[in-house]
Design a protein. Structure first.
Lengths: 138, 138, 138, 138
C-alpha cells in the first residue's frame, strides 16, 4: 500500500533562506505516518494506550529541491520493511510540478510503552503484525 | 466572514504532559490565517512578493481545555478589526465534542517587506484594503 | 527576584521575513522559566514527578522589535503574581543594544499531574508555596 | 577540531512519550554548527550576507538512548569531510552519564545565496576554504 497525503507548508516552517527548514521534514513524515496508520485502522494514539510505542531509531533524509510556504506538497508513504522488532517507512515528497523534492526513511522499533524495551510484535500482537505484513511494499 | 479550518494535531506538537504544547497554537492560528486569506484570494506568499508583510505585534491566547494528538480540532477564524495600519484576527478552536478549547487573538501590522516600516494599507493598496473591509466581523 | 538568562536564537527559529518567528518567544519564555525555577531549587522535572503540573492558561506577547539569528538576546524573568491556584510570570527580552524587543506574560495554574485538576498549592505544598511567595516582584 | 557545546533540553521539545522528540536533534545539530563556526570566526549570519548559503542536502540520525527535559546534553561537533562543493559534519551527543545517545551527520552544500546554485568554495572564497580545511578531523 502506498498512501498519498497532502500538506500545506506553514509560515512558521520557513527559515531565512525563504524555504522550508530541513528539520520540518521529519515532522511531515510523522504526519504522513499517522494518516497512513489511521487509514489501515491502527491508530497510533490507540496502540499507544494498548502499550505499544514506536520510538525512532534511525532517520535518513535526502533534500533534492526546496519546499515553499503555501505551496502544497504530496507525500507518498509506504512500509518497505517489517521485522518482528522494527519496521522501515519510506516517504517520497513531490511538489506541484510533480518533481521529487525529498526522500525520507525512518526506522522505528516496536517497544513497550511502560518499560521502553523492545518487544517482539509478531509474538505479542500477532494480529497487528499480520495486518501490517500484508501491506508492505517490496 | 468566518472561515472554518480543520487541523489534525501532530505527534511532534505534544509535550510530556500528553497534550498539545501551548506554543503550537500560534502556529495553528497562522495556518488558519493562511487558509483564510487563500479563500478570499489574497495569498500571503503573493502579497509578500508585492512588498507587503504582516508582522505580528501582539498575541493573546486563552487555554481552556487541552488538545490531543490525532484528535482533530476545528478553528473558526474571523477578522474582528481593521484599520489602515493594522488588523486583528480572532481564532476560536473547538474539539470534536464541540467544546471551545482555545481562544486566540493576533494583532498584525501592515508593513513594507523591504524597510519593515508600517504602511497605510488604505492609501497604498486601496483595493486590498477594501476587499478586507467587506469581510470584517463586528 | 529577577533572573537574567541569555539565549542564542537558532536558525530553525527564523522565518522567511528573516527574523525570529513569533511562535518561538513562548518557547524562550519557557526556557527562561525552567532556568528560573532551577535557580531557586524547584526543578520543574522534579515537581512534575512529585505530582504537580503547571499548565498554561493564558499567554500574552507584545512584539516591539525583531530578534535575529545568532544575535544573542537577554531575558529578564520575574514572578509578578502568586495565588494559591495560579501564578503570573513576566519576561522582558532585550537585544544586544539593550533595547526592549518583547514583553511576555504567562499565567500558569497549579494542577495535579494525574487528574489535571487545579490544586491549592498553599494547602497541598505549603513549603513550595512559601519559597515562591518570597521571591514575587511587585 | 572538535567543539563541545552544551544544550539544556526544552519542555517544548518533549513529546508524549516523555522524551525529546526525534525532530529536535537536527535543530540541536544546527545550534552546535552555529557555535562551531562562531568559534572559528566564520559566523553563519555574516557569510550569508556575503552571499554564501549552506543548504542541507543530507541528514542522518541514529537514536541510541532518549534525552530528557532539563537534563543537559553535550554535543561534540567536528567536520569530517570537506570538498570544494560540500562538507560533512558529525555530531556525537552524550548525556550526563557520558553515554553516547545520538549520532548525527549533515551534508551541506556551498551555494550562492541569490541563485541557490552550488558554488566552488575553493575557487570563489579560497581563504574561507583554507581555514576550514585546516580543522577537518579525519
Amino acid at each position: 500500500m502506498i498512501l498519498t497525503t497532502k500538506i500545506l507548508p506553514r509560515y512558521a516552517e520557513t527559515d531565512q533562506m525563504g524555504i522550508i527548514h530541513h528539520s520540518v521534514y521529519a515532522i511531515w513524515y510523522e504526519e504522513a505516518r499517522t494518516i497512513f496508520f489511521n487509514e489501515i485502522g491502527i491508530k497510533y494514539d490507540e496502540i499507544e494506550k494498548m502499550g505499544i510505542m514506536t520510538p525512532l531509531i534511525e532517520l535518513n533524509c535526502e533534500y533534492k529541491k526546496p519546499a515553499y510556504y503555501n505551496q502544497e506538497v504530496e507525500i507518498r508513504t509506504k512500509i518497505i520493511k517489517l521485522t518482528p522488532v522494527k519496521f522501515i517507512i519510506e516517504y517520497d515528497i513531490f511538489n506541484k510540478e510533480n518533481q521529487l523534492i525529498n526522500i525520507g526513511k525512518t526506522t522505528l522499533a516496536w517497544a513497550d510503552s511502560k518499560s521502553f524495551k523492545i518487544i517482539n510484535l509478531q509474538k505479542k500482537y500477532p494480529e497487528i503484525y499480520k495486518s501490517i505484513e500484508e501491506i508492505v511494499e517490496n
